[in-house]
Design a protein around this ligand. Structure first.
Ligand code: NAD
Length: 472
């Protein structure tokens, strides 16, 4: 079953829920930047259920910071301080990274020069996959030995003994966090301020600026010419330094922002290649089943303009029209399947050169390709989406641009099972169908992966392009 649909037609793209208009300036800043720094505070973890310090349910409401988060307090009452930390460790262990943490991790894959500076000690950024990161205030998941100075992982919660001890030397451990009145490590300071000085773009997410570090970093970056974008549910001390403010929840705004910026980047790449090719482009999208190739095709088409033809796997043919094409609609018979796909792809390609009648109906609208469109308008973009349609080497060779959409395997599996279930399959049948990853799929994947001009990774954070401009 294959079909052709027109861009923008029945496309039901499930983009992130739009909460506010992201300005063109913000999208352009994200799309263009190469050197990026992200500064996060307690607000980014609020939607994971970890209280902030200064909000209405803030952690400090029942405790005075100077009673618990100072070296003096620890000297006076190490047991109480550790009790408080172990309670917080329990909260952090139960919490899951939220979409904002995931987008921050995705950004690290996109930007070549990147540093995340977090003031958080909860470990959620690392659990979301962030690696190029400075935990400026340390982590509740590490302890430092007061006797020998070693820093050790402390992964079990609740702790067996309070205060915990270093097995090696028997010394008492303290939480490996930076307390009020303590200084940052010089090497860490140097790394953070060097990144701020170089940054073209700084995103400041969920911090009140009540501690001087974010203010100092943002001031430094601003002096160096960086664009500052603040994401916070309220105004903060950082707001007056920001060029753009996005007010709302980080877990909603960041996915939306990333979706817009990545789509804009992709469209630029496709347009640039079309320009090289004299204004017309035949694009193919391959990738594992369940990666969302058709969703990507529709989203791209909607951005590229009205005269885009999308040939998709998985759309119904009208049988009478198939006969007219000289093709049999015997579903499932492999030789028919192959021939069908080939014919369709060839016709789509021809359409890119000279408009020809393509009597294919969209599954969703059951409407023929509009006459006006067929009557001779040029077709600057044809997008062929799907491993079946791209299976033939001659089709792949004819493409002007190949896109490989890779996907987190767990997400692909979930998507496919849901799709089969929507089609009436039981969960068991859906899993069996998913596991029958057939030969055509595998072969197209193998042939396209690595050879594609554009590679995209999709996970819970959405699409992230693997950039080819490695320098900058
Ligand atoms: P803060 O409590 O001073 O400020 C939190 C900020 O986040 C506020 O400006 C608030 O408006 C904003 N905010 C709240 N919910 C938000 C959401 N859903 N989306 C976007 N913004 C939201 O936090 P801070 O500036 O990080 O304070 C600094 C100190 O707090 C740091 O030293 C840090 O170690 C410590 N802290 C860390 C954690 C943690 O690790 N999760 C939790 C509490 C405090």
């Amino acid at each position: 079953m294959f079909g052709v649909t027109l861009a923008g037609g029945a496309g039901r793209m499930r983009a992130p829920k739009m909460t506010q208009n992201i300005s063109g300036n913000v999208v352009t800043a994200l799309k263009r930047a190469n050197r990026v720094m992200i500064v996060t505070g307690a607000g980014i973890s609020a939607e994971s259920g970890i209280p902030t310090f200064r909000g209405a349910d803030g952690l400090w409401r029942n405790f005075k910071p100077e009673e618990l988060a100072t070296p003096q307090a620890f000297q006076r009452q190490p047991h109480t301080v550790w009790e408080w930390y172990d309670w917080r460790r329990g909260l952090c262990a139960q919490a899951q990274p939220n979409p904002a943490h995931r987008v921050v991790a995705a950004m690290e894959r996109f930007y070549h020069h990147f540093l995340l500076v977090t003031q958080n000690v909860d470990g959620l950024h690392a659990r979301a996959g962030s690696r190029r990161m400075v935990e400026a205030h340390g982590s509740v998941w590490r302890g430092q030995c007061l006797q020998c100075g070693a820093t050790l992982p402390l992964e079990v919660t609740p702790l067996k003994e309070l205060p915990p001890r270093h097995e090696g030397c028997g010394g008492m451990l303290r939480p490996a966090v930076v307390w009020f009145g303590e200084s940052y490590e010089p090497a860490v300071l140097q790394q953070m301020f060097a990144a701020a000085e170089e940054a073209q773009l700084v995103l400041v997410v969920g911090t009140s600026g009540g501690v001087s570090l974010p203010m100092d970093l943002v001031t430094q970056a601003r002096q160096g010419g960086a664009t500052i974008i603040e994401i916070n549910s309220e105004r903060s001390a950082v707001s007056r330094l920001a060029h753009e403010r996005l007010e709302g929840k980080a877990g909603e705004i960041l996915p939306e922002l990333w979706h817009c910026a990545q789509l804009a980047y992709l469209v630029d790449e496709v347009r640039a290649r079309a320009e090289q090719k004299g204004g017309r482009l035949l694009v193919g999208i391959a990738g594992p089943p369940g990666a969302g190739k058709s969703r990507l095709a529709k989203a791209l088409a909607a951005e590229l303009g009205p005269h885009v033809l999308v040939a998709m796997d998985g759309f119904h043919f009208n049988n009478a029209r198939l006969e007219a094409l000289g093709l049999r609609g015997r579903k499932g018979a492999p030789e028919t399947f192959d021939r069908l796909a080939f014919e369709l792809a060839v016709r789509a390609m021809r359409l890119a050169q000279e408009p020809v009648r393509l009597p294919i109906y969209s599954r969703e609208t059951h409407e023929p390709v509009p006459e006006a469109f067929m009557a001779g308008q040029t077709t600057p973009f044809v997008i062929i989406e799907g491993n079946y349609l791209l299976h033939w080497p001659e089709v792949r060779d004819a493409l002007d641009m190949r896109i490989y959409l890779d996907c987190d395997p767990a997400l692909a599996r979930k998507n496919l099972i849901a799709r089969h279930q929507r089609g009436g399959a039981t969960e068991e049948e859906a899993i069996r169908k998913f596991e029958q990853n057939d030969r055509l799929n595998r072969e197209t994947i193998q042939a396209t992966r690595g050879a594609a001009e554009l590679q995209i990774w999709r996970d819970a954070a959405g699409w992230t392009v693997t950039r080819s401009d490695r320098q900058g």
